[in-house]
Design a protein around this ligand. Structure first.
Ligand code: NDP
Length: 352
């Protein structure tokens, strides 16, 4: 394994980390899930990434990973960086998602219980909340760290401007932002449009999720959509996406073949080419996939011609995809309160 410093912090992260979003919930074969985690650790993957809602059902990836920890890995707790997040829908009512202090801290307590841990290494705000003051969300991350429930704070899916503001608030509170977790892969290059510059300037690490575009940037779909694959489940990866991207996938596959590595390895090497990218956060449904992906680290270099060829394929097949703007949800807007008025005059409703 190769380890890289996370921004300007004291933490080194493996260049390949393992995420438990899919393949570790209750519907996944538990023996395989355990084998993947243990093989990852043996290969030097010290970082395991979770979130409150990973499963399905939500929460089950944390519970199952907690079981693996207890059975096999707790003796190695100090060799591990375990992260979790809160931001997406987790429980009923107004306190079960987004970015309030109430939700974040309650969710972290629930995550710790499921994981069977006293603390996680990194606690993330999983997504920005357009309707909660950023000071409140960042204050909750600071509180999570100060209370000992997390060692470091992170943010995920924040755009450049929000990132600058969030990191400024955290710095003032005395809990610097360790890391940002954005999506980044050959088919989604939005971070190159401002975020990487902010992260470099602020000295924040960057761990990129879905570096294989959920499996599109592998050999998995070259011939067919195999049963049991993520695209076959049609939930987060649609067969339509496979069809749409197949010409680009085939063209990229040809370059990878010339380089003497599978497409998945080339796609991982490609995200790791940016110095700001600390780690590529992969998913895997088998030990073989994991082992192949770690082999990436034996061939990380690209020639100028290869990079130009890749750029040309991406330019002609796919426009840069930006993170969709999250609009404020009108259903969550509080009703305007009547403004107190002098006796005898009509109350005015002032929009907030
Ligand atoms: P990837 O892009 O790495 O996709 C993983 C999938 O690709 C696997 O499940 C497998 O699909 C396929 N695959 C992996 N390696 C190979 C290989 N060598 N050959 C063929 N197919 C392969 O990442 P994910 O989308 O899974 O995301 C990774 C992690 O990022 C998550 O677990 C989570 O921790 C994090 N994440 C964070 C988000 C956020 O908002 N912060 C959002 C999404 C993810 P198959 O299952 O079909 O075999």
């Amino acid at each position: 394994m190769i380890y890289q410093r996370c921004g300007r912090s004291g933490i080194l992260l493996p260049r390949i980390s393992l995420g438990l979003w899919q393949n570790f919930g209750d519907e996944a074969p538990q023996d395989t899930a355990r084998d993947i985690c243990l093989r990852a650790f043996d290969l030097g993957i010290t970082h395991f990434d979770l979130a409150n809602n990973y499963g399905p059902p939500p929460g089950s990836a944390e519970t199952n990973f907690g079981r693996i920890l207890k059975r096999d890995l707790l003796a190695h707790r100090d060799e591990l960086i375990i992260s979790t997040k809160a931001g997406y829908n987790m429980w009923e009512g107004p306190y079960g998602e987004w970015g309030s202090r109430k939700y974040l801290l309650a969710s972290l307590d629930q995550s710790l219980k499921r994981l069977g841990l006293d603390y996680v290494d990194i606690f993330y705000s999983h997504r920005p909340d357009p309707e909660t003051p950023l000071e409140e969300t960042m204050g909750a991350l600071d509180q999570a760290v100060r209370s000992g429930r997390a060692l470091y704070a992170g943010i995920s899916n924040y755009r450049p401007k929000e990132t600058r503001r969030a990191t400024g608030i955290l710095r003032k509170l005395g809990t610097p932002c360790l890391i940002h977790q954005p999506r980044y892969n050959m088919f989604d290059r939005w971070i190159e449009d401002g975020l990487t510059t902010v992260l470099e300037k602020e000295g924040i690490g960057c761990i990129v999720f879905s570096p294989l575009a959920q499996g599109l940037l592998t050999d998995r779909y070259l011939k067919e959509i195999p049963p049991g694959s993520r695209a076959a489940r049609e939930q987060f990866l649609k067969t339509e996406m496979v069809q749409k991207n197949l010409p680009a996938i085939r063209a990229l596959h040809a370059i990878a073949k010339r380089r003497g590595q599978p497409l998945a390895e080339m796609a991982l090497a490609w995200v790791l080419r940016l110095p700001v990218v600390t780690s590529a956060l992969i998913g895997a449904s088998s030990v073989a996939q994991l082992e192949s992906n770690v082999k990436t680290l034996t061939n990380l270099d690209f020639s100028r011609d290869e990079l130009a060829e890749i750029r040309e394929i991406l330019r002609s097949h796919q426009a840069f995809v930006k993170l969709p703007q999250r609009k404020a949800d009108p259903a969550r807007k509080p009703k305007p309160e009547p403004v107190p008025v002098e006796k005898g005059r009509r109350a005015l409703h002032v929009p907030r």
